[in-house]
Design a protein around this ligand. Sequence first.
Ligand code: ADP
Ligand code: MG
Length: 318
Amino acid sequence: MIKVEHLTKQYGDRLAVNDISFEVQKGEIVGFLGPNGAGKSTTMNILTGYLSSTSGRAMVDGLDILEHPLAVKKKIGFLPETPPLYLEMTVREYLYFIYDLKKCTLNRKAHIEEICRVVGIESTLDRMIRNLSKGYRQRVGIAGAIVGNPEVIIFDEPTNGLDPKQIIDIRNLIRELGKERTIILSTHILSEVKAVCDRILIINEGKIVADEKTENIERALHGNRRLIIRIDGPAASVLPALKRVNGVTYAQASQKHSDGSSTFIVESRDDVDIRKPIFYMLAQNSWPILAMEYAGSNLEELFISVVDEADASDKKQA
Ligand code: ADP
Ligand code: MG
């Protein structure tokens, strides 16, 4: 549905987007995850035709954005980082205005009412946008984005500045919309992509540093699994014994406790379960296990490590 090839955007001598390529299949919900300044908004603005690229190209449904700007804009609904709402209009006036701008041909009243039902703003139709809460304003922005039933919707930081309840509502709404549409959203919040997206593109300093299905991303990037084990035994003997267990790729003592036990971090290849061999080895040595759990189910840590690795490899190249 969306195909981006070697997209690059330079602002003066600042490289905001650096040779990005990716595809999004019809019906996918894809998240752009990256810190502020990573190039997410720039990429989205190019995809929606609001900004031109320095080089590379972007296609939507087989159409090049530069060659067919109007046809492409008709296929895309866009919620920019700060939606351009007209505060003096009522919700209905605003959506009718967007409807006219988009030269929509569906039955106007029925279409707008349908959208307002989907987005959950029927009760605000005749209220002034000025008087709506931030959450409702965001919904009005989303309603504007889906006027004309576009096949693709692009949301730039859709939950930015909302309270936790509003965030959950907007996430549910995006998932609902994603059942029938192709969606790209951007966020700098990890739990957001995890909660909403089928696939995650991690963007850092204008580059894609990871592109994975949501359920695979931790394993794919880490390549091994990490156990946290608290063991009642002499660390100086336990650590080398842990390292000798078949499948263990790394072990370190992370903390010594006042009762004489120590916590260890043990990593293994991801194709072996080392919990049993570790148990038997420790039992043989009469070193009781006080606690054992998998770490690494933490995208936050992963994200930091991805960004750090990308930084490090850039510095190596430089
Ligand atoms: P994100 O949305 O991921 O936070 P942006 O795409 O907004 O990142 O910005 C990427 C980089 O490009 C940043 O370093 C930002 O400062 C720079 N940038 C964005 N817009 C402009 C602009 N209009 N002029 C110059 N630099 C810009
Ligand atoms: Mg942005």
